[in-house]
Design a protein around this ligand. Structure first.
Ligand SMILES: [Fe+2]
Ligand SMILES: [Fe+2]
Length: 157
């Protein structure tokens, strides 16, 4: 069920990438939302709410492209920390504020790596519009990683 010129040029590999990134971004929303909701400190809560909003914008972009291609947007079940463990390949149930930022850095770094690969692929395939968005999102993730790393450094417990 493909509609229009732009949509019909989307191949299966791209669709699966969009779903993969939708999942990654949705997970980031859930992870940061858990931090924002449980934040005891007002500033810390605001930071994480800001991250939630940005990651939600990323997720929405992929959801929109997936829908426009006539595909089903994936849905997820399970706890955020279970997903985090799946994502980075270890258990992360018991963590405090410092470790939350450190885990956030790990997740952002993983996202950054994936974005760089996707950007290279989209260059090869000439997906100019998508590639521009990917660059913007990559920069967001890089800023997130920098902020989280800096915060963790100055709040060691
Ligand atoms: Fe993101
Ligand atoms: Fe991010």
């Amino acid at each position: 069920m493909k509609k229009g010129k732009e949509q019909s040029s989307m191949d299966d590999k791209l669709i699966s990438r969009l779903k993969e990134f939708y999942k990654l971004e949705t997970f980031q929303v859930a992870f940061y939302k858990a931090q924002a909701d449980s934040a005891a400190n007002e500033y810390y809560g605001k930071v994480f709410q800001k991250l939630v909003n940005i990651e939600q914008g990323h997720a929405d972009y992929y959801a929109d492209l997936i829908e426009r291609a006539g595909e089903v947007v994936p849905s997820f079940i399970g706890s955020v920390f279970k997903l985090a463990g799946d994502f980075i390949g270890e258990g992360v149930e018991q963590i405090g504020q410092h470790d939350t930022c450190t885990l956030g850095v790990m997740l952002e770094n993983k996202a950054i790596k994936k974005y760089r690969t996707f950007i290279k692929e989209s260059k090869d395939k000439n997906y100019i519009e998508i590639r521009n968005k990917l660059m913007e999102f990559l920069l967001d993730e890089e800023f997130h990683a920098l902020w989280l790393r800096e915060y963790a450094k100055h709040h060691p417990n």
